[in-house]
Design a protein around this ligand. Structure first.
Ligand code: ARG
Length: 360
């Protein structure tokens, strides 16, 4: 075997051994490794069984150091779409993913896995950061929409797409297969569940006309399992409230809503001492959690999420797996020190299988 073949086999061996142990199939390891060795020798790569793909994807979630929601790693639904060849088929299965994950608001964690990368140029790629995301436009009066999307929105416009230029235009899906040049698809409106943000007490909150989408589906990360990489592998969970209320809608370089909310609350926004940002931030987060709950859409507050993460920590310990985590991401952006996570150290080691940001 060539050295790259050897390297691949070593990675496969590492994965198969752990995977089959966890699945109580130790007796099958040797035969499977023999098969993989042969396949690598003849084709330079190997193909996961569905079981390996499914468990590998779950392990990748479990190893995602930045994720506070990992207690639920074993409930991930895996859609095996490795057989799809065309952009059209791929788009159809993305629509199916959105529908399955949304589930009328009772959000289900899922991943859709497309064909594995064959080399640098033979990959299935979704160019969007998330399947559902709002466009952003630079204007002379500032950004309309989501400033995070300005670059990608420009790319879409170059490909002939035109948005309505509201603050909440859903971006099209852009798919690239084997470097064939990007193909653009518009998502059917009825597939995209959105939540109007209202406040349980402040009636003026409605006038702000804020909304957000129900399901975050990350689509620009590569999944690596046993030396095989899947560039097209969009996955979702449900939101933690602060992602929306303390970041997307609040960051001064995103929707920057705190000054508006604080002013409407009658707070003096010229005095840091009044803690107007903090007060507005709390009310915005109350509003986000209230609105999602009221409209029957899954969401978790950061206190509950931290408690669930503690259960995950205990579970991992029981299973004898060393816990890894990225403290800077695990602490919630609101009241971090009220959660146990803040007061603990985590080892930020990269363990495979895992997800990472696509290189190109
Ligand atoms: N933070 C990202 C956003 O606000 C979503 C990341 C994934 N979040 C999740 N709960 N699975 O859109």
């Amino acid at each position: 075997m060539y050295s790259s073949q050897e390297e691949l086999f070593i990675k496969a061996e590492e994965f198969i051994t752990i995977c089959y142990r966890e699945l109580n199939k130790v007796e099958a390891i040797d035969d499977r490794l023999e098969m993989i060795k042969n396949e690598i020798k003849h084709t330079d790569c190997y193909t996961h069984t569905f079981e390996e793909l499914e468990h590998g994807a779950k392990m990748a979630w479990r190893n995602s150091n930045r994720c506070i929601g990992r207690l639920f790693w074993n409930s991930l639904k895996v859609f095996d779409k490795r057989h799809l060849m065309t952009e059209d088929e791929i788009f159809q299965s993305l629509c199916h993913h959105i529908e399955y994950a949304t589930n009328d608001g009772k959000i289900r964690p899922a991943i859709t896995i497309f064909r594995q990368d064959l080399d640098e140029s033979k990959q299935v790629k979704i160019l969007n950061h998330q399947l559902i995301r709002y466009a952003g436009y630079e204007t002379e009066f500032g950004v309309i929409g989501d400033s995070k999307s300005v670059g990608f929105t420009k790319e879409c416009e170059k490909l002939g797409w035109q948005g309505e230029r509201t603050h909440f235009d859903i971006l099209p899906i852009v798919i690239e297969v084997d470097g064939r040049g990007p193909t653009l698809f518009s998502l059917p409106k009825e597939l995209v569940l959105e939540v109007e943000i209202t406040h349980p007490e402040f009636t003026w909150f409605n006038d702000l006309q804020i909304k957000w989408y129900a399901v975050p589906i990350i689509s620009d990360m590569t999944l690596e399992i046993g030396g095989i990489t899947y560039s097209g592998s969009p996955f979702n969970g449900w939101y933690m409230g602060t992602e929306i209320g303390a970041r997307n809608l609040a960051d001064s370089n995103r929707y920057n809503l705190l000054p508006k909310i604080a002013s409407s609350m009658g707070l003096p926004i010229d005095s840091n001492l009044s803690l107007w940002k903090d007060k507005a931030l709390v009310e915005l987060n109350v509003a986000v959690l209230f609105s999602y709950k009221e409209q029957g859409i899954s969401i978790v507050d950061h206190h509950t999420a931290a408690q669930q993460f503690l259960l995950f920590e205990e579970q991992e310990k029981k299973c004898g797996r060393p816990l890894t985590g990225d403290w800077t991401w695990l602490i919630p952006p609101v009241s971090p020190a009220t959660t146990h996570i803040f007061h603990q150290d985590y080892k930020d080691a990269f363990v495979l299988p895992n997800f990472y940001h696509r290189q190109t």
